[in-house]
Write a protein that binds this ligand. Structure first.
Ligand SMILES: Cc1cc2nc3c(=O)[nH]c(=O)nc-3n(C[C@H](O)[C@H](O)[C@H](O)COP(=O)(O)OP(=O)(O)OC[C@H]3O[C@@H](n4cnc5c(N)ncnc54)[C@H](O)[C@@H]3O)c2cc1C
Length: 452
């Protein structure tokens, strides 16, 4: 991505880590199931190796029938299950099937950052969906973040929640100008800018960000947390309400017809009227019609230990998106070390930090892990009834930004399953899955793609 390619807009929050290397993401997508051998262990999965929920199976055998079968135990599947079980009219039996360990997909491998887009993606979303939808998308992200923080605080969830300022730092005059235009477009369209602190004075921008050469800074509230622990808490609540959780049970196929579906696994089949696909990047394996619209893409996180000059009272207190003409790097400077997201880590090499270490330890690149994100062909998730398959539902394709979407999307999906209209979900209309949306992006080779 070069300045001329920005065309007056910035990549929305969630595009952290993209840039030149995003060519990788354009390759013909694989559409298989999660690999079951040889995957990396994320920072989060490393720290919970003795938690029995990792390989929990509520019953030794799979039940033969269920009112609802949910596929995928990331944040989406887990929160959909809890929302159903906590509803006024809960289904009698809900089964949650997970191919590997509990929450070992993108949720268990991400950077742990919940950053609601407050302004940055406005022009891009406006171009794609119009101003009204763009405003709805951004206000939904704020609601989602508030919902997540409220859940953690209300239940006192032990998941290292941090709430503080996230900084978008513009590193060249060109991107600072694009940002300024984007910000005023958003404001002119009626966007709420009351929570954003804007600094366009270069000296001040350097002082606030502590990044050499920073031109402007936009700051607002966001969070980071241990995503696996949050999802484990959600599952524990569901188990208390009767959830049947089955880890290490990959679904190989869903067959049948309207409201009479069979979910196939190597451990047996389950008959059910309702199937929820919460498989995100892996949606295409069971729903070939999503191939092309939802593209699985490799993504990376690095854990970096800060040098002495950025430790103790001088430690960084914010999370960052460092924005250059050729991409964005995302970071989360927490007490666990600096976590960097994406392939394009140029900005994260800490070259831009203002204080060189004269004494003390230098930067230590400690650990790296990978995961698969679900790029959405039109940038927003696919939520609702699977077209042409009554009784099958989906909430997939979070475009590398699920932490700022799922806390409203999953409860909304549970409402839809129980008969609510789209209006009652409060979600932006452009998130709703439709035949037309899927077919617009259908991979012409979808039938030829191998399954794994
Ligand atoms: C490296 C990386 C960094 C990221 N950083 C951030 C970030 O900082 N902030 C942010 O907002 N988002 C980030 N994301 C994206 C975010 O993690 C996702 O958008 C979100 O977690 C999606 O949640 P989910 O529950 O929909 O999907 P997942 O968490 O991927 O859950 C899907 C589950 O379905 C299971 N599954 C798939 N197929 C089958 C099958 N056939 N049978 C049974 N089970 C199956 C998978 O094993 C998986 O556990 C990042 C992602 C990655 C990979």
């Amino acid at each position: 991505m070069h300045v001329k390619d920005l065309q007056g807009s910035l990549p929305p929050v969630g595009d952290e880590g993209t840039g030149r290397s995003s060519k990788l993401e354009k390759q013909i997508p694989r559409t298989g199931r999660p690999v079951e051998v040889g995957m990396s262990l994320s920072l989060w999965l490393q720290t919970v190796r003795n938690n029995p929920l990792l390989n929990h199976r509520t019953t030794e055998e799979l039940p033969k029938t269920a009112d609802v079968v949910i596929i995928g135990s990331g944040a989406t599947g887990s929160l959909t299950a809890l929302s159903l079980l906590q509803s006024p009219n809960p289904p009698k039996s809900v089964v949650l099937l997970e191919a590997r360990e509990l929450c070992s997909g993108a949720t268990g491998r991400n950077a742990g950052h919940c950053k609601p887009d407050q302004w940055r993606g406005f022009t891009k979303y406006e171009t794609a969906f119009g101003a009204e939808q763009a405003l709805k998308i951004l206000s939904n992200e704020q609601r989602t973040w508030e919902g997540l923080v409220e859940y953690v605080k209300k239940h006192n969830v032990d998941c290292d929640l941090w709430v503080g300022k996230t900084l978008d730092v513009l590193m060249t005059d060109d991107v600072a100008e694009v940002a300024a235009n984007n910000f005023s477009n958003y404001q002119a369209a009626g966007g709420d800018v009351s929570k954003i602190e804007v600094t366009t004075d270069q000296d001040k921008a350097e002082e606030i960000s502590r990044l050499k050469g920073a031109k402007a800074v936009y700051a607002w509230d966001a969070s980071s947390l241990h995503p696996w622990k949050l999802v484990a808490h959600i599952n524990q609540q569901s188990l208390d309400l009767g959830l049947n959780l089955q880890t290490w049970t990959p679904v190989t196929k869903v067959s049948g017809s309207a409201n009479k579906w069979t979910v196939h696994t190597e451990r047996g089949d389950i008959s059910t009227p309702v199937v929820v696909h919460a498989t995100n990047a892996y949606a295409g394996a069971l729903l070939p019609e999503t191939r092309g619209a939802i593209r699985p893409c490799p993504h990376m996180c690095n854990k970096v230990l800060p040098p002495s000059t950025f430790a103790g009272s001088r430690s960084l207190k914010n999370s960052y998106a460092i924005i250059y003409p050729d991409g964005i790097s995302g970071t989360d400077f927490g007490h666990r070390g600096i976590r960097m997201v994406g392939h394009n880590n140029r900005g994260m090499s800490l070259n831009y930090l203002r204080d060189e270490p004269e004494r003390g330890s230098r930067v230590l690149y400690d650990y790296a892990w990978s995961g698969i994100i679900a790029r959405s062909a039109d940038q927003v998730p696919y939520i609702g009834a699977v077209p042409g398959k009554p009784g099958q539902w989906m909430c997939c394709g979070h475009n590398g930004h699920g932490m700022a979407r799922i806390f409203t999307a999953a409860p909304a999906l549970a409402k839809l399953v129980q008969g609510a209209t789209w209006d009652e979900t409060g979600l932006p209309e452009c998130f709703e899955v439709s035949n037309e949306r899927l077919h617009r992006h259908l991979d012409p080779n979808w039938e030829l793609n191998e399954d794994n």
